[in-house]
Design a protein around this ligand. Structure first.
Ligand SMILES: Nc1ncnc2c1ncn2[C@@H]1O[C@H](COP(=O)(O)OP(=O)(O)O)[C@@H](O)[C@H]1O
Ligand SMILES: [Mg+2]
Length: 393
């Protein structure tokens, strides 16, 4: 969908710059370019976005912005400042402005803003059910938890049954961004800094949209910021995100450490997924986690996913279950090359190779979480035709 922009400038030279940004970003079509004095009294006549060069000390302009932004039927407003401060940004967002920029506006940042607007428009649609938080735990580092979250997130977004938000709470590492090859300007720490003034519009400016239905809230960019975050703040953010009822799915990367922030992510979850791999250290840690979860008595449904599973391994699935003392709910096949290819490309495997057995196994997990009826997991795993023909697999 191409958005139509009407540009209003204070100086004609800046009007030209804004026209160029729209052209060079390829993110929209230019409807018209006018002087600020010619702002329309009502509506937008086919325009989706008013892109305005902001003029300081012009109360009439402030008034126009507020009135226009109050009516949700009106085009969105993007403001461009000569220089921008946090207080200006907050004021503008509270007036109902959707995006703020400072000159010069880069084509990439402009494109991101347009994506965010498209996501927000989609957010107005009912989310397709109550928000569900699924928290993922790695039984130890490096078992593929973040990879699976990124890929499950993409699968759920492809269903287009509401928005999916990925939240990176593996604070020290904050790796989720790499699975989407995105460079983010904001993170969880920006939300924490403005926790008391948080509202829907402000939050939408801090999450990074990967596509129309999938966004990411990245973890802090450095250790100092990570250490400053408290379990209470994490609890507030997750509760806020859940109560917003704008997302259908919130997938939380809770990392792999037994610490209070991780436990907060588990406490507030509707479902838990504990990711493990078929190795002795990983399975031993999984048992420790199971003991801890038992002690915590969380009453949250738990699934155990066995990642990097090799069907030809000498270890059998029932041996793994016996050792853990509980059922394994899903196995995700090992494929070092395919997984690394997708990670290095910064695109989910479920996007680039949806027919890959790993993606099909993940689709089965997604369907289960989404409550879809699965008559026979073997059918869903792609080998159903063989079972039907031979009566056995
Ligand atoms: N199914 C799989 N098959 C092969 N390698 C995998 C698989 N899943 C993950 N990996 C490997 O595990 C590494 C760690 O993955 P990551 O998601 O960062 O782990 P975690 O978040 O648990 O620390 C990845 O770089 C990838 O090479
Ligand atoms: Mg990780």
């Amino acid at each position: 969908m191409a958005l139509h922009f009407s540009v209003y400038y204070h100086s004609p030279a800046n009007g030209d710059l804004l026209r160029q940004v729209i052209d060079s970003s390829g993110a929209g079509l230019l409807a018209e370019v006018n002087d600020l004095a010619q702002l329309p009294v009502t509506g937008g006549n086919g325009t989706d976005v008013f892109l305005l060069e902001y003029q300081e000390d012009n109360p009439q302009l402030d008034q126009w912005i507020e009135t226009t932004a109050t009516n949700p039927q009106n085009p969105a407003i993007f403001l461009v400042f000569p220089e921008i401060s946090t207080s200006q940004l907050l004021k503008a967002l509270h007036l109902g402005v959707k995006e703020c920029f400072a000159f010069p506006v880069g084509p990439e940042e402009f494109k991101e803003a347009v994506n965010r607007l498209l996501v927000r428009t989609a957010l107005k649609a009912p989310p397709g059910g109550p928000t569900k938080i699924i928290s993922f735990l790695g039984c130890k580092g490096g078992v593929g938890a973040s990879f699976l979250i990124a890929n499950l997130g993409y699968l759920l977004s492809r269903e287009q049954q509401g928005q999916v938000l990925l939240v990176d709470l593996d604070l020290q590492y904050g790796q989720l961004v790499y699975f989407f090859d995105i460079k983010t300007r904001h993170s969880l720490s920006d939300i924490i800094a403005h926790l008391e003034e948080m509202d829907h519009a402000y939050l939408q400016n801090l999450v990074y949209p990967y596509n129309k239905f999938l966004s990411l809230l990245p973890g802090p960019t450095n250790l100092e910021e990570a250490e400053a975050i408290t379990p209470e703040q994490v609890g507030k953010i997750l509760s806020y995100l859940k109560n917003m009822q704008a997302y259908r799915w919130i997938l939380v990367d809770a990392g792999h450490r037994m610490e209070e922030i991780t436990l907060k992510a588990l406490e507030l979850a509707d479902n838990l997924v504990l990711v493990t791999v078929p190795s002795v250290p990983a399975l031993a840690n999984t048992r420790k986690w199971l003991d801890l979860l038992h002690l915590l008595d969380l009453e949250v449904p738990l699934e155990i996913w066995l990642n990097a599973w090799d069907q030809n391994s000498t270890l059998t699935l029932s041996e793994v279950s016996d050792y853990l003392g509980t059922e394994v709910h899903g196995t995700l096949p090992v494929d070092v090359d395919a997984v690394n290819r997708s990670i290095n490309d910064g695109r989910p495997l479920t996007e680039t190779e949806p027919r890959h057995p790993l993606c099909q196994a993940l689709q089965t997990r997604a369907d289960k979480l989404a409550g879809k009826e699965i008559l026979d997991e073997a059918m869903a795993s792609g080998w159903g035709w063989l079972k039907r023909l031979t009566g056995k697999v």
